[in-house]
Design a protein around this ligand. Structure first.
Ligand code: C2O
Ligand code: CU
Ligand code: CU
Length: 457
C-alpha cells in the first residue's frame, strides 16, 4: 500500500485509469498520478511554491483544506482554472504541525471531482517544535486516506448520484484506503502513528479495531492535542482528520473497522423516505472492514512510550465580540420531487444556509479581521459536517452541550448534530473576488448549495 512520496513543486491534475479490481480499468482523476495525489509536506515558516497544472477536461482548483492562507491563495470556487492552464500560488506556511489535505473545489463539481480522485494529504512540520511521537514516514508514521466507493457489475468505479443520494450524500459499498481496496499494511511491533483522513463524500465512520484494543488520539484537524486521549473508538465525519497512535508490540494482526453511522433522518416525522425517522440507522450492524495490519519486526526507531503531554498550540481566543447564526437547510420544496419549485433555491439548488443557496456572485458576510466571534450552527433534520476556510476554530458546544477544548483541539470541521457553537477568529485576508467559504462537507450538499462565502478584512 502506498501513497506517492513527497512531490516536487508541480502538481499536475490529470486523467487516468486504475484497476481497483483486477481486470476492470476505472476512469479516474489524480494529481501527478492516476488516482489521488502525492503527499505534500510543508514546513512551517517557509513558502511553498506550487505549479498546479490542469490536464483534465474540466475546470479544477486546488484548495488547501485547513491551511491558513489568504483568500487569493485558498483555491476556492472563484479560483477555478481551465484545462491547459497553470495556477502558481506561493503559499506562506503559517500553521502548526498538522495533517491537512487538498482537493478540487469547483462549485457544482466538487463531489464528482473528489470522488474520481482529485484529493491528497498535506503534512505540516514545525521545525521549531519537538514532535515526541512516531514520525518516520512510511516506517512508523502512515497516512490513511479513507474513502467509500461504488463499483458497477464489471468492477469499474461508478458515481451516479440520484435524488436520494443528493439528499443524503452518496455512500459507496466498498472501502478504499490510499486508493486500494481494503489493503494490508505492515507495521513495526511498536508504537505506530496513523494519520486518518475521512476523504469520503458523505460517509461518517466510527473507527475501531476488531479486537477492541485501546489506542490514543494525539491530534485533530488543526494539530496536536495537549495530551494523548485513550479511546477504543473514534468518530470522523467527512473532511475531519485525526492522528492516532496504536501499540502493535503484542504482534497480533488486527483490522481497522467501522460501524455504520446514521446521518440522521431527512424527513423527521414525515415518513416519506425510507419509512421516515433516522436514515441508515443500522448502527448496530456488524462492523465492516476498512484495512488490515500485519506486524513485522520490532520497531527500530521512535519512542517506546507515549509522552503524557504534547506541544499543542491552543490559542486563547478570548471572549467573542459578536455572534452569528447559521442554519443549514434542505429546501422543503425539493423534497416533493420539485413539485414546489418556488421553494427550491437558486439555479435549482436544493440546499442552502439561512434559507439561501450558494451564489458565487454574492458575499454573504464581511468578517472583521482579528476579532473573535461566536458562530452558532443549527441544522434541519440531518447531521452535517460544517467547515470553515481560512482559519482553525475552537468548539464550545456540540449537540447543545459544553465540550472540553483540550479534548477536541483546533478544528476546521465540526459535526453539527444538534446546536453547535464555535469560536472563530481570522487573521488572513479574503477579498470579495476570492472570498472564504463555509459549507457542509458532505460534498453532494455543498454542490447542492449548502455553502456561503465571506470576506475578511
Ligand atoms: Cu475541504 Cu471548502 O473544503
Ligand atoms: Cu476547506
Ligand atoms: Cu450536509
Amino acid at each position: 500500500m502506498e501513497v506517492g512520496p513527497g512531490a516536487g513543486n508541480t502538481l499536475t491534475a490529470m486523467k487516468g485509469t486504475r484497476e481497483f479490481m483486477s481486470g476492470a480499468a476505472s476512469d479516474t482523476l489524480g494529481y501527478e498520478q492516476d488516482y489521488l495525489g502525492p503527499l505534500l509536506r510543508f514546513q512551517r515558516g517557509r513558502t511553498a511554491n506550487i505549479d498546479v497544472v490542469n490536464r483534465t477536461d474540466d475546470p479544477i482548483t486546488a484548495h488547501w483544506h485547513g491551511m491558513h492562507v489568504p483568500g487569493h491563495l485558498d483555491g476556492g470556487p472563484q479560483l477555478a482554472f481551465d484545462p491547459g492552464r497553470t495556477w502558481s500560488p506561493e503559499l506562506p506556511v503559517d500553521h502548526p504541525a498538522a495533517t491537512l489535505w487538498y482537493h478540487s473545489h469547483v462549485h457544482g463539481r466538487t463531489a464528482d471531482q473528489v470522488y474520481r480522485g482529485l484529493a491528497g494529504m498535506i503534512i505540516i512540520d514545525d521545525p521549531d517544535a519537538v514532535d515526541p511521537l512516531p514520525r518516520d514516514y512510511g516506517t512508523n508514521d502512515f497516512p490513511l486516506i479513507v474513502q467509500d466507493r461504488n463499483f458497477d457489475r464489471s468492477g469499474r468505479m461508478s458515481y451516479d448520484p440520484g435524488m436520494m443520494d443528493r439528499m443524503q450524500g452518496f455512500r459507496g459499498t466498498e472501502m478504499l484506503v490510499n486508493g486500494a481496496i481494503r489493503p494490508t499494511l505492515t507495521v513495526p511491533a511498536g508504537l505506530v502513528r496513523l494519520r486518518l483522513l475521512n476523504a469520503s463524500n458523505a460517509r461518517m465512520y466510527d473507527f475501531s479495531f476488531n479486537d477492541g484494543r485501546q489506542f490514543h488520539q494525539v491530534a485533530s484537524d488543526g494539530g496536536l492535542l495537549p495530551a494523548p486521549i485513550a479511546m477504543n473508538g473514534l468518530r470522523l465525519a467527512p473532511a475531519e482528520r485525526a492522528e492516532i497512535v496504536v501499540n502493535f508490540t503484542d504482534r497480533s494482526a488486527v483490522r481497522l473497522v467501522s460501524r455504520n453511522v446514521s446521518s440522521g433522518g431527512m424527513m423527521g416525522g414525515g415518513g416519506m423516505m425510507n419509512g421516515g425517522g433516522k436514515m441508515g440507522s443500522g448502527s448496530d450492524d456488524a462492523p465492516f472492514e476498512i484495512m488490515s495490519f500485519d506486524v513485522g519486526d520490532a520497531a527500530e526507531t521512535g519512542p517506546a512510550t507515549l509522552p503524557a503531554s504534547l506541544p499543542s498550540d491552543l490559542p486563547d481566543l478570548g471572549a467573542p465580540v459578536r455572534t452569528r447564526d447559521f442554519t443549514l437547510n434542505v429546501h422543503t420544496g425539493s423534497m416533493m420531487g420539485g413539485m414546489f419549485n418556488n421553494l427550491i433555491g437558486r439555479d435549482g439548488q436544493i440546499m442552502g444556509i439561512n434559507g439561501e443557496s450558494y451564489d458565487m456572485g454574492s458575499i454573504d458576510l464581511a468578517v472583521p479581521m482579528g476579532e473573535t466571534e461566536l458562530w452558532r450552527i443549527n441544522a434541519d433534520m440531518m447531521v452535517h459536517p460544517f467547515h470553515v476556510h481560512g482559519t482553525s476554530f475552537q468548539v464550545v458546544t456540540m449537540g447543545g452541550r459544553a465540550v472540553d477544548p483540550a479534548r477536541i483541539g483546533m478544528k476546521d470541521v465540526v459535526l453539527v448534530d444538534g446546536p453547535t457553537e464555535i469560536l472563530v477568529r481570522f487573521d488572513k485576508r479574503a477579498e470579495k473576488e476570492t472570498p472564504f467559504m463555509y459549507h457542509c462537507h458532505i460534498l453532494e450538499h455543498e454542490d447542492a448549495g449548502m455553502m456561503g462565502q465571506f470576506t475578511v478584512g
